[in-house]
Design a protein around this ligand. Structure first.
Ligand SMILES: *Cc1c(COP(=O)(O)O)cnc(C)c1O
Length: 236
């Protein structure tokens, strides 16, 4: 992808988000763009940063650490870990990321808390919820969400910011909205239950369901392909 293409695709993603927010009668700054840069080279991230993008999502720990080293000079960059998280990778995530969206069990939460360096602020955490049980293997079930949230709220090095989901693909707007509406309602319930937690984030909405997600209150939409172009799937 050329520089001009990245600049155009980022501008187009921003316009799409702005149009969706306006159609939903929400404020222009009510949701932000998370640029999902997995499998993309560090110089593309640098270029997106030069175009004003600050928040980037990565799925693979080792790959992300290499890019972070290369991009250590970029001021104000915010790294989100959004991929499946195994126990043996929690230390690297606790030490090198600002956010984690994929916490779905106590054990992972406790390890992230214990491994978060004192010199850094608390790790910003979203709980990944399994909103389409048949198809997805990761994510906490709705009926176990409150007890996981309770565990995270009690951990001092973590800040419970909200919920994340990756719904199964759906063909119609109504079918896309249903699981996202459930996620929004689950966040509202947690806000009542844990008024002390800064529960302000709904990480939902990708290339195919961004408009549905914005209608249902998404505050952070995760776009990869739409910004950086198709991934070379042979790499993974
Ligand atoms: C890859 C990924 C995205 C972005 O997907 P695209 O189809 O490239 O827009 C968003 N969220 C998560 C959790 C991902 O793994």
């Amino acid at each position: 992808m050329t520089d001009t293409m990245l600049s155009e695709s980022l501008a187009s993603a921003r316009r799409r988000l702005a149009a969706a927010l306006s159609a939903a009668e929400r404020a222009p700054d009510a949701a932000r763009l998370l640029a999902v840069s997995k499998t993309k080279p560090a110089d593309m991230i640098r270029q997106a940063w030069q175009l004003g993008q600050r928040e980037f999502g990565e799925n693979y720990v080792q790959e992300a650490l290499e890019k972070q080293t290369e991009l250590a000079d970029l001021k104000g960059i915010v790294w989100h870990f959004i991929g499946p998280l195994q126990a043996n990778k929690t230390r690297a995530v606790a030490e090198h990321f600002d956010w984690v969206h994929s916490v779905d069990r106590d054990k992972i939460a406790r390890r992230l808390n214990d491994q978060r360096p004192e010199a850094l602020g608390p790790l910003e955490v979203c709980l990944q919820v399994n909103v389409s049980d048949e198809t997805s293997k990761s994510g906490v079930a709705f009926d176990e969400l409150e007890s996981l949230a309770q565990a995270v709220v009690s951990l001092p090095r973590l800040r419970l910011r909200g919920l994340m989901a990756i719904p199964a693909p759906a063909a119609t707007m109504a079918a896309q909205r249903a699981p996202l509406a459930r996620l929004r309602q689950a966040l509202e319930a947690l806000r009542k239950r844990f008024p002390e937690a800064p529960l302000d984030t709904l990480s939902m909405g990708m290339s195919d369901d961004l408009e549905a997600a914005i209608l249902e209150g998404a505050t952070l939409v995760r776009l990869g392909t739409a910004i950086f172009g198709a991934r070379d799937t042979s790499r993974r």
